[in-house]
Design a protein. Structure first.
Lengths: 136, 524, 280
């Protein structure tokens, strides 16, 4: 239908990338998966992404730094934080630094897809996904 | 809606478990108590009584000896008196004899005196027979006296028969000579007796003096020995007890064990102190437990978050499996299922670290490799470390010797030191752990160094006090360092702190290396 | 948009401020009148509901403990359900206690005793009255939520009404609410939903039981409770039955607590959930 959304997924957990790539691919996202923040940053310097999904606590670099840099470089990009260490001050800090949304692990693929749909709407495009109620 | 299982984590009676931990130590204490009390009783009071009695007996002995001596002297004096009387009678007789030969009178008196002398001799010489030099000497004098007397009597009789010009008769003349001879002999004997006697008396008096002197000295020595024994017993016991008190204050809670073969009033004190040790030990065990619970609380929060990652992996994998089941190839399905299994294992490991730390344990002393223990501790604290953004660096020398210790308790100590170090440091800084040989032989040194805010000099001496904390209310219990120090003291080691405000702190633990065979090796 | 919750000792000023802000932002206000709706929905006397929110329970005041907790949970449930609908200014309902750790709720404490501009005459309270009132509030909030209401560390913002006129305060608050960090996000919305579910379960249980704490996350509900050994099994059965019928419960666990464990969170990693801090 519409052009695929360019999504960058950064998480040092390998399985996250493995599962989310096809999951997001189904709703019209072109996902590039990274485990190393350094490599991810280099890619971001090369290409503009519509959406960046990133973890917070990674060994090499803090996800917050990624958030700041991406937001600085490309304010249009919708940045979604995912983390296992969700805390209120972290959430507020992320929002302050320009994140679009903040999701706590563990989450289901549909949860992320719902957020991506919202992001897409905010970007002005639409994707093929029905926003189901998240809590069942 | 699914089944609603019910989970009831029955937590065992914490207090019971705490006592359980101390149980082994209680057995030691109980054993020490019975041994202390089962010795023979020899109290200080008894010692004082005994020594006084002995002194009294000694004095008594002294007095007896002196009294005996005095008796002897008395006897001698009586003898002298006797000999004097005897001599004076003989002299009197001789005087009358002289008178008779000069003036012709007093022969009766002479005879009377000689009779008196004889009677004196007879009545009293028996008493003094040894002093007279035996029977022979006595007999000799007796004979001499007898001869003198007979001659006098003969003279008297002759005179009665033929009184006229008696003095010029040859009998009278020879008698005179003989009498003088006899008289002189008797007196000489008597004199020699006196001289002998005087000498002996002098000797006896001298002896008396010597006895006086020696017995006084003896008494002095005796009293000195007595005092010394008593004082040294009291002093050594008091010293020993003050050493115990110091030892207990420094955290060594071994019970007092019998040091002597007997028991006394101080034993009551020792028993009481052992009871006190038991109480303190119990309380310390409670404090250690409290501190551990606090540490567990902190670590649990970290684990709860860390578990979110494998949980998330499982959730995503399973949902994708459900979604795409028909479209996936068999290999893909198997791969995803393997992922789920691996993440489950990972969750198990995350929890197990914490559980191992948290479980109630009986204190077992075993041979430990500290570098391994520290690596485990770092794993246990992975979340806290990652969250704080601090890098932890472990450096142990090659062949770091094993020490003897309680793994659980020591881990608690290191958890405490690490958490403190992380609290003091800022993101991006480093914490170093260095393990080397100690300065003294047979010891090892482990230092935990942070480059954080440090501790001000005036607080440095108080940080090991229980309940001392600089954290705001509700954040710190102040138990950590005092509990840690107690645990290290129980291992025979020391925990010290060095710090410079603004630069950082260094906590050093020194362990002695004691080689014991592992207990388990001998259990059946 | 974030939710604004006001708390203070001065109800008049709260109302004034709330109305100004609500008007400017197009929000609804959720106020003290809501108590009536709550009372009617749960078939409780209106006066009783207000009494429960103002005083600690006692036999003398005809407010037994069990009923008191039930009233509190009714209020909590209705307020939370309403808050889910977003975009409202809440005042006079002590809602700040229910929404700890929700990042898109701005909790504001108003202090000071400035006379309201609307009412002509307001009796100025004596120092003693103020102190007495504060003590009562503190006692109540400690009993109900184990927190001191006046503790400033609990709020996101504290504003002194004696120093700042109401119109200025309104502008400040509106500006603050525009700050991205108070924006609602999936995470915080989910948290709020969790609170709602927990409140639902708790309310259902407190109708007949006592000593109930509930924690919910994503449909998983953990009920923590205490009882005599004899009644344990029976209580579990009852809980299963009642809670199982609450809408939204996916998985239920019942826990017993006996120990006092030091609260996690001292290292800055607090557990989520409305009752984590209150679990004793």
């Amino acid at each position: 239908m519409s052009t695929p959304l360019e999504v960058l997924l950064l998480d040092d957990e390998v399985i996250v990338g493995k599962r989310l790539k096809p999951a997001l691919g189904k709703i019209g996202c072109n996902v590039e998966v990274f485990q190393d923040p350094e490599l991810a940053m280099r890619r971001i310097a090369e290409k503009d992404f519509d959406i960046v999904v990133t973890d917070i606590y990674m060994d090499a670099m803090d996800g917050m730094q990624v958030l700041e840099r991406v937001h600085e470089r490309s304010p249009r990009t919708k940045i979604i934080m995912i983390t296992g260490y969700a805390m209120i001050f972290l959430a507020r800090e992320a929002m302050e630094k320009g994140a679009f949304d903040f999701i706590a692990k563990p989450f289901k693929p549909d949860d992320l897809r719902a957020v991506i749909a919202k992001a897409a709407k905010a970007l002005g495009t639409s994707i093929s996904f029905d926003s189901n109620p998240v809590n069942g | 809606m699914q089944e609603t299982p019910i989970l009831e984590p029955e937590k065992e009676d914490t207090e019971g478990q705490t006592i359980q931990i101390v149980y082994d130590h209680m057995a030691d204490i109980r054993c020490a108590q019975t041994t202390l009390l089962s010795r023979r009783h020899f109290s200080v009071r008894n010692q004082i009584y005994l020594s006084n009695v002995l002194v009294f007996l000694f004095a008594l002995g002294m007095i007896l000896v002196l009294t005996l001596n005095n008796n002897r002297v008395e006897k001698r004096l009586k003898f002298l008196e006797f000999v004097n009387d005897f001599s004076s009678e003989i002299q009197q007789a001789r005087r009358y004899e002289k008178n008779y030969f000069l003036y012709g009178t007093n022969l009766n008196d002479a005879i009377e005196n000689i009779h008196l002398a004889e009677s004196i001799f007879i009545t009293q010489s028996e008493e003094f027979s040894e002093l007279l030099g035996g029977k022979k000497a006595r007999q000799e004098i007796f004979t001499q006296m007898g001869a003198y007397k007979r001659l006098l009597e003969q003279l008297y009789q002759r005179e009665q028969i033929d009184p006229k010009d008696f003095h010029s008769t040859p009998f009278s003349k020879t008698s005179e000579l003989k009498l003088r001879g006899y008289g002189k002999d008797i007196l000489t004997s008597a004199h020699s007796m006196i001289t002998l006697e005087k000498r002996t008396l002098e000797k006896t008096l001298n002896r008396s003096r010597t006895i006086h002197l020696y017995s006084i000295l003896g008494l002095l020595v005796f009293l000195a020995i007595n005092a010394y024994l008593l004082v040294s017993r009291l002093y050594s016991t008091l010293n020993r007890f003050s050493a115990y008190a110091k030892r207990i204050a420094s955290g060594d809670f071994r019970p007092i064990v019998p040091q002597r073969k007997f028991r006394d009033e101080f034993t009551e004190l020792a028993v009481a102190i052992n009871e006190m040790i038991k109480e303190i030990d119990l309380r310390e065990a409670v404090l250690i437990q409290t501190h551990k619970m606090k540490a567990i609380g902190t670590l649990t929060a970290g684990v709860a978050h860390e578990i979110n990652n494998p949980l998330n992996n499982i959730m995503l994998t399973v949902h994708m499996l459900l979604e795409d089941f028909g479209k996936l190839s068999q290999e893909e399905i198997i791969e995803m299922l393997k992922d789920v299994a691996a993440e489950t294992d990972r969750s198990k490991k995350i929890i197990r670290n914490l559980l191992d730390f948290a479980r109630e344990s009986t204190s077992t002393m075993e041979s430990l490799d500290l570098s391994v223990l520290l690596k485990n501790t770092v794993d246990l604290l992975e979340n806290q470390i990652r969250f704080s953004g601090i890098q932890v660096d472990l450096q142990f020398i090659e062949n770091f010797p094993k020490i003897h210790g309680d793994a659980q308790k020591l881990q608690q100590v290191f958890v405490n030191l690490f958490l403190n170090a992380m609290d003091a440091s800022i993101k991006g800084s480093k914490i170093q752990v260095i393990g080397t040989l100690g300065d003294k032989d047979n010891s090892v040194k482990v230092s935990v160094i942070d480059y954080g805010q440090g501790i001000p000099q005036h607080l440095l001496s108080s940080i090991f006090d229980p309940f001392f904390t600089t954290k705001p209310k509700g954040k710190g219990t102040g138990l950590g360092l005092s509990v840690s120090q107690g645990i290290i003291a129980k291992h025979g080691g020391t925990l010290t702190a060095n710090s410079e405000e603004g630069k950082g702190s260094c906590f050093t633990i020194i362990f002695p290396i004691i080689n014991f065979p592992e207990i388990h090796a001998f259990s059946l | 948009m974030p939710i604004l919750i006001l708390s203070s000792e001065n109800k008049e000023l709260e109302r004034e401020l709330a109305e100004i802000i609500a008007q400017k932002l197009g929000y609804t206000t959720l106020d003290e009148q809501f108590f009536n709706i709550i009372a009617d929905t749960h078939l409780i006397d209106r006066k009783k509901i207000r009494q429960a929110m103002n005083t600690t329970p006692s036999i003398v005041k005809r407010m037994p403990v069990k009923f008191w907790y039930y009233c509190l949970s009714c209020v909590e449930l209705e307020v939370l359900e309403h808050l889910v609908e977003d975009d409202c200014v809440c005042w006079g309902l002590w809602a700040h206690f229910y929404v700890m750790d929700i990042s898109h709720v701005l909790k504001v404490r108003l202090i000071g005793d400035a006379a309201s501009t609307q009412l002509p005459i307001v009796p100025v309270r004596t120092k003693k009255q103020i102190a007495q009132a504060e003590r009562n509030r503190e006692k109540w909030s400690l009993a109900a939520f184990n927190r001191k209401e006046a503790d400033p560390g609990f709020y996101d913002m504290v504003i002194d009404l004696d120093q700042n006129p109401v119109s200025q305060v309104a502008d400040t608050l509106i500006k603050a609410m525009g700050d991205p960090k108070y924006r609602a996000m999936t995470y915080s919305k989910n948290n709020l939903m969790d609170f709602v579910l927990a409140a639902r379960v708790k309310n259902a249980l407190l109708k007949s039981l006592t000593d109930i704490q509930v924690h919910a996350q994503d449909g998983t509900v953990v009920v923590t409770t205490r009882s005599m050994k004899r009644g344990k099994l029976k209580k579990i059965e009852t809980i299963k039955e009642i809670a199982g019928q609450v809408n939204g419960v996916g998985y239920l666990e019942v826990h017993w607590y006996k120990d006092i464990i030091t609260l996690p969170g001292s290292q800055g990693l607090p557990l989520n959930g409305p009752y984590a801090k209150e679990m004793r």
